[in-house]
Design a protein around this ligand. Sequence first.
Ligand code: GLC
Length: 524
Amino acid sequence: MSLKDSQWWRDAVIYQVYPRSYADANGDGVGDIAGIRARLGHLRDLGVDAIWMSPWYPSPMADAGYDVADFRDIDPAFGTLTEAEALIEEAHAAGIRMIVDIVPNHISSEHPWFKAALASPDAPERDYFWFRPGRGDTGEQMPTDWRGEFGGTTWTRTPDGSWYLHLFTPEQPDLNWDHPDVRAEFESILRFWFDRGVDGIRIDSAALLLKDPALPEVLEDSPHPFHDLDGVHEVYRAWRRVSDSYGEDRALIGEVWMPEVERFANYLRPDELHAAFNFDFLGCAWDPRLMRDCVDRTLHAHAAVGAPATWVLSNHDVTRHVTRYGREDTTFSFDNNLDGTPVDLELGTRRARAAALLSLSLPGATYIYQGEELGLWENENIPPEEFQDPMWGRRGHSRDGCRVPMPWTGDEAPFGFTTATPWLPQPAEWKDRTAQAQTGDPNSMLELYRSAIALRRTESLAEFSWLDLDPSVLAFCRGRNFGCVVNMSGAPIALPAHQSVLLTSGPLDGDRLPPDTAVWLRLS
Ligand code: GLC
């Protein structure tokens, strides 16, 4: 795909860079922009169309940068705004687009707005947040019993006795999206980054912005007080007007966790977001019937609004899929903590290879979380005292295991990531998973991803239809004669009639496809 395609976001391969863990150039154990620039060649060689950059703004890092103190600058740990601009330019020169991450639901408690709001009950900034008196005789009880997104309570009391709302940590006060200044500020932030040439915006926690001002409790049969309120769509219509004013090649991509697919699709109406992450697919079990239903549901819901589907296997919040697919329970959900349950990494890796061919040949855009192309697994052996994720203390699950720094070269940690001690420990076994060790090895995960992405570019992946094979395999056709078959049964299966094998995720057994293996075919 060239940078000229205006609707590139419809079928792009988008690579998520988690800047703390990509590459460290200044030797402090934390990744930075200079490191990303130095290793941009990895992404060019991988063949991705775009980078989604997790937050790189000044932040006290109470939630790894999702607590933003200034949306118009770069945290000194990562570099400078000038370096960010240089990276955008260099990525473009390499044919790679750039997506930045904007967090509109909340800001850092160190943001000047919140500091001003705390300094005086009369400050106009007070209305940018949700300050409320408490319940009880002396206001000693929280205004509501809402549970936070990381677990735990959602209100913190200030020295003047009032409470403020935070759906995440107390260091992430929620903004009041009913206030016009908040809306104007974020539209201006979008412009700030579009003016710097970015091609898209990833929108954090996109469905949470609006709250019912009456602050009702969360009750089974009543409308939810802060999930997916109808008013949120007006915010994204306004954002779409901003992005459209820069051209249809600028994309808005929402993080929308939503079990009801019709409600999800509402965010993708033609005058709202261009795309949203498919967490239905991410959480789906390695099961042919469930996967097929998920694909059908996804394609159907997106077709109804004319939006491209997205295929996501991992990100910086969820257990890496090599690990998930190696467990007995292969689903993912924050409510079902599987930490420490037995993992067969060989099985997980085999399935992850097959899942790569699946996710790269379904219709729509595919997201790759950094390290997925190296076949990294969740580091489940981080000593709890080294955990940095605020979710750990609240939910008893840490997301740090999927955020471990990348292994680039050499036989020992830190594997070329840094010259210092990496901010999280890397497993010694990753010596076989470095980019260096895998380059040129035709059986490696990295070469599989490179070949698949290269083929995806040259194949015309047109109209999708299911192939009528055994129900324990997923098999579909794209266009006239491109086929993908994923064997999710426990036994080898016969391949459908074909002219040639284009790519396999593992060795074939004669003319049969072994279990947990996928193949791309030129069908006859
Ligand atoms: C999103 C981010 C996650 C963050 C949360 C609060 O879910 O992906 O990392 O902790 O929002 O901003």
